[in-house]
Write a protein that binds this ligand. Structure first.
Ligand code: MTE
Ligand code: MO
Length: 384
């Protein structure tokens, strides 16, 4: 069994697939803390978790004038300044189950919790590329930085992805070769000993168990870069789809969801108020500036209180412009409307480019069920 050396996992996780392991936390855990504890952080593996010996681990950096640079884990930790970033990771398939309700799509049936927020520490990719000889001449011929994982399928093919070179070398891009998550060594499921963290970019490019970095004129040729993780028209089906016609997903669109109450929950009228909580995040470093919440299916709205730290106490840290990598948690407490027997609670977020979420799923439905970011709706019953 190639999965026999997979680590143990927390029993509270909802398992979408056991081998390879794919699981998400119960949604209400996400809004319990600004930083998601690593045990509850969603896990998305395409392949078995590779066992890596930290003493013999080597990271290779190729495609730069200095030739191949090889770094041990110790060298990565000591030769480069340690940089810490709080960044949210979201799978392109988060909320896919809502697309499945419109029409069947292909992929794991994720709920709303294939997203989590952590503190990551490591070397800046930029610093490592500079040490390997990156300079302005390289930007003339290279456009992409490819990453290869150490996890392999039965044919020996490794997981791979790439990001634009300008994101990788930008001082404001904050791309990390992370060896710590939430102040401890990376857990096995999250890429021990080293993973790429590409803030603002779809989960799939945040390559775990990193083995090789290649600066190249071309994108990664991997299946996951070329023939997966792309968006298409609702009218495109598996007979007509041409994966070459669409760009690989990089920055993700604006997103929000209600983590509590859960759909179908019962709320006692005697409580008088209902408290609604959730998360909101946008890709590309765009900051969430507002979350609107409705208790009546979208007829009337109120503005949620946003939180961007563990305590939520003023003064709240404000991210540098264009570098809002972490989600915001939000909350609304409102009186239960006197005549209502049922509440249709809806949320929608706005980022600082005034991007907003679409109101329904059907117009953004796509055959792979990615980029599912319609207004999130839950219905709760009022018990008299
Ligand atoms: N890296 C490797 N090497 N192998 C993988 O299967 N999955 C990717 C990405 N990096 C993957 C990988 C996908 S699709 C996502 S959403 C994120 O890792 C999930 O990261 P997490 O498991 O730390 O939440
Ligand atoms: Mo993903």
């Amino acid at each position: 069994d190639p999965y026999s050396s997979d680590p143990e996992r927390h029993p509270v996780l909802h398992i979408n697939n056991l081998k390879p392991f794919n699981a998400e936390p119960p949604p209400e855990i996400l809004s319990d803390s600004f930083i998601t504890p690593s045990a509850f952080f969603f896990k998305r593996n395409h392949l078995p978790v590779p066992p890596v010996d930290p003493a013999s681990y080597q990271l290779m950096v190729e495609g730069l004038p200095g030739g191949v640079l090889t770094l041990s884990l110790e060298e990565l930790k000591t030769r480069f300044p340690k940089h810490t970033v709080t960044a949210t990771l979201q799978c392109a398939g988060n909320r896919r189950s809502e697309m499945n309700k419109v029409k069947q799509v292909k992929g794991l049936n994720w709920g709303i919790a294939a997203i989590s927020n952590a503190t990551w520490s490591g070397a800046r990719l930029r610093d490592v590329l500079l040490a390997a000889g990156y300079g302005p001449d390289v930007a003339q011929r290279a456009l992409h930085v490819q990453f290869e994982g150490l996890d392999k399928d039965v044919t020996g093919t490794t997981y791979g992805a790439s990001i634009p070179l300008n994101k990788a070398v930008s001082e404001e891009g904050d791309v990390l070769l992370a060896y710590e998550m939430n102040g401890a060594d990376l857990p096995a499921d999250h890429g021990y000993p080293v993973r790429v963290v590409v803030p603002g970019t779809v989960g799939a490019r945040n390559v775990k168990w990193l083995g090789k970095i290649i600066v190249s004129a071309d994108e990664s040729s991997s299946h996951w870069q070329q023939n997966d993780y792309k968006g298409f028209s609702p009218g495109t089906d598996w007979d007509t789809v041409d994966f070459k016609s669409a760009p690989a997903i990089q920055e993700l669109p604006i997103q929000s969801a209600i983590t509590t109450p859960a759909d179908g929950a019962v709320v006692d009228r005697s409580l008088e108020d209902v408290t609604v909580k959730g998360y909101a995040w946008s890709g590309g470093g765009r900051e969430v500036v507002r979350v609107d919440v409705s208790l009546d299916g979208g007829k009337t709205w109120q503005v949620a209180r946003l939180r961007s730290s563990e305590t939520g106490q003023a003064p709240e840290p404000s991210p540098p412009p264009g570098r809002a990598w972490a989600w915001k948690l939000w909350e609304v407490t409102a009186p239960i409307p006197p005549e209502a027997q049922e509440l249709e609670i809806v949320c929608k977020a706005v980022d600082n480019s005034y991007n907003m979420q679409p109101d329904t799923v059907a117009p953004i439905w796509n055959l792979r069920g990615v980029l599912s970011n319609a207004w999130h709706r839950v219905t709760v019953k009022i018990r008299e």
